[in-house]
Design a protein around this ligand. Structure first.
Ligand SMILES: [Zn+2]
Length: 371
């Protein structure tokens, strides 16, 4: 949790990390300065901790979304662990270094969608195939898109009577071990939802199914004083906006933007244009952070926009324009390798996630907070 005081001594207390307020930082352009990456494997932990200490802390990154999924040695569900997964002692090292650097860790497990990737089924549906929304869709030997099944990623059925017991136990365990007061549930790119073939979901309103799942996860977290973060793409209308079926929704889940609880934080990802969608989310009463990936020019505009939104907002709206989160979509090992190679290279390739991270944080340093 961070407190932010602007140059003009306007103080916002937005969140609490580790359950404790941390020292306020003056002069930052917006409260949340984030970084999102898959949790490192054990072999990369030392290097990752070095990166946190030497790169994230000096840049005043204060929010680390760690995509853990099954890369933790879950005690309640050992069968769901990846073959190589972080131990409790290793996670405690990560927690300690982030606490020291005033970085709030938000662990992520993909819920609802992203239960498979390419031709590989994810651990949840491997162990609990009965949770599969589309069990008749078989995983292909060689995945290609498009395909006759419209298979991008598998989903679990949000109305299966057993699914929440398992996934909420995982959520609790990962939040406990990371000492987290917020959890990121993913929930992006959900193509299989309310499928006609599902005896529970078939024929139901997809926006209601999506918002029902958001409410269920949010209420579970809320009982323990934790906050829910999700990706924003399912809440945008892909057809009307022209943003398409990945960056936005083509299956009518977008109306859920008016149904979900207002205390969910939206990670609004746009990688090729600085879409003005944070205004849309903020107008709906939702707190929003903008997430770039590998185009530094887009990230720069998005960061400048975030300051402009805050400058031209009522006090009620201003708080909802919460900041920026750089996303990394390779394994942590590949990111670290490229990042350090880039740091030592005489010529840097421009549109890479490593360079985008560097440019975004250079930009943030130059921005002046809104009065
Ligand atoms: Zn279903």
């Amino acid at each position: 949790m961070k407190k932010l005081a602007s140059l003009f001594c306007l103080i916002f207390c937005l969140f609490y990390a580790e359950g404790q307020p941390v020292n306020q930082q003056s002069g930052e352009p917006f409260p949340i300065r984030g970084f999102c990456i898959s949790a490192p494997r054990s072999a990369d932990l030392k290097n990752f901790i070095k990166f946190i200490e030497e790169e994230l802390v000096p840049r005043k990154v204060n929010t680390l979304i760690l995509r853990v999924d099954f890369n933790y040695q879950f005690k309640n569900y050992p069968k769901l662990r990846d073959s190589s997964a972080l131990s409790e002692a290793e996670v405690r090292k990560l927690v300690a270094v982030c606490k020291k650097g005033n970085i709030r860790i938000i662990p992520q497990i993909n819920l609802l969608g992203h239960q498979s990737w390419a031709g590989q089924i994810g651990n949840l549906l491997k162990v609990y195939p009965e949770f599969d929304e589309t069990p008749y869709v078989k995983m292909p030997k060689e995945y290609e898109w498009p395909n006759p099944d419209g298979l991008y990623c598998k989903s679990y059925c949000p109305l299966h009577p057993g699914v929440h017991k398992v996934v909420f136990d995982l959520v609790d365990e990962v939040c406990n071990i990371f000492n987290a007061n917020a959890f990121h549930a993913g929930m992006d790119e959900v193509f299989y939802i309310g499928h006609d073939s599902c005896t529970r979901c078939g024929g139901r309103d997809k926006a209601e199914l999506f918002s029902g799942e958001v409410w269920a996860i949010r209420n579970h977290l809320n009982e323990k004083g934790r906050q829910l973060w999700i990706w924003g793409d399912r809440l945008l209308d892909g057809k009307t906006t022209g943003m398409g079926m990945w960056e936005a929704s083509y299956n009518n889940t977008y109306r859920a933007v008016d149904m979900i609880p207002k205390d969910v934080v939206i990670c609004d990802w746009h990688y090729e244009r600085a879409d003005q969608t944070p205004v849309y989310f903020a107008l709906k009463g939702l707190t929003v952070v903008t997430c770039p990936w590998r185009m530094p020019d887009v990230a720069t505009t998005q960061a400048e926009d975030m300051v402009r939104y805050r400058q031209n907002a009522t006090p009620e709206m201003k708080e909802r324009y919460a900041g920026m989160v750089q996303t990394i979509w390779s394994p942590a090992s590949a990111f670290l390798k490229n990042f350090y190679e880039q740091s030592n290279a005489s010529r840097v390739e421009y549109n890479t996630q490593e360079n985008c991270f560097n440019v975004l944080y250079k930009t943030i340093k130059t921005l002046t907070p809104a009065p």
